[in-house]
Design a binder for this molecule. Sequence first.
Ligand SMILES: Nc1ncnc2[nH]cnc12
Ligand SMILES: [Zn+2]
Length: 327
Amino acid sequence: MIPKVELHCHVEGAAPPALVAAKAAERGIDVTGLFDAAGGYAWSDFTSFLAAYDRVAAVFRSAEDFADLAAAYLAASAAEGVIYTEVFVSPDHARRQGIAYTDYLGGIAEGLRRAEREHGIVGRIIPLIERHFGPEAAVAAARTAVEHLLPEVVGFGMAGDERMGMPADFAPAFAIATEAGLPLTCHAGEVCGAEMVRATLDAIPVRRIGHGVRAIEDPDLVRRLAAEGVVLECCPGSNVALGVFPDFASHPFPALRAAGVTVTLSSDDPPFFHTSMAREYALAAEHFGCTDADLLAISSAALEAAFCDEATKARLRSRLSPAAAII
Ligand SMILES: Nc1ncnc2[nH]cnc12
Ligand SMILES: [Zn+2]
């Protein structure tokens, strides 16, 4: 099994539908229309996906809920050969559910520690601001994030509806994180085009871009990403499910890689997109021509781009040898 490294997974977006249905029933939460006939999440476009995501997030209400969610996701990932995962968390989702951020973050951190004890997978946390909640909420969420720096918190970023506002509007929130020493990532170039990736690079000192795949529309920008060593957190299964590209044959992952851009593989919101880390790696082999050696190199690039400390990386590097891939 190829050892895998995940840099981009939203914790609420990893919630299995059956768990959400059970928690909702237990708590009398109305989930009408949230599930499709097959028991998966029902959504039809990016807007309804984000709305479904918010409804899923709303069924988790306690530190234990979040610990169980994080531990279950990492345990399932470990079974697929994942050795390291950075989970995105959202102070705004906690606030909107009326959960203390300390409970939310503490629960997730406890879940990650449990998964490491039981399955050897290492988990770290990246708090995100949500673009569609606006720049003021973003500043408040950034303050919340930097006031609660557990050892597992290793970075800071932004997700949400890319069609709302411009990256520069959120620069003050990112500056709070930078001042606290957190490296940055930001979703861009997913539902919006190359111009949004460029605007992100111009306004925010990111080391990584969430998705970023529509940079392919602008060859100068692709050269800039390669030259500046900006890492793309690619999630091809998510992109095709959301209609960013019509099929895997049209996905720019191989072209970006050939152009010298550092591309990595992640699952984004796995049950929403019927994916997992194993499926993302399998898709890359099937559709992007990646050999086992390529996939191992992609895992290695992801580990180098991870936001955890050097000691953690050194510990994990030994698990990325070709020999480890055979087991
Ligand atoms: N793919 C995605 N894009 C933007 N925001 C998100 N939040 C959860 N998944 C997301
Ligand atoms: Zn994402």
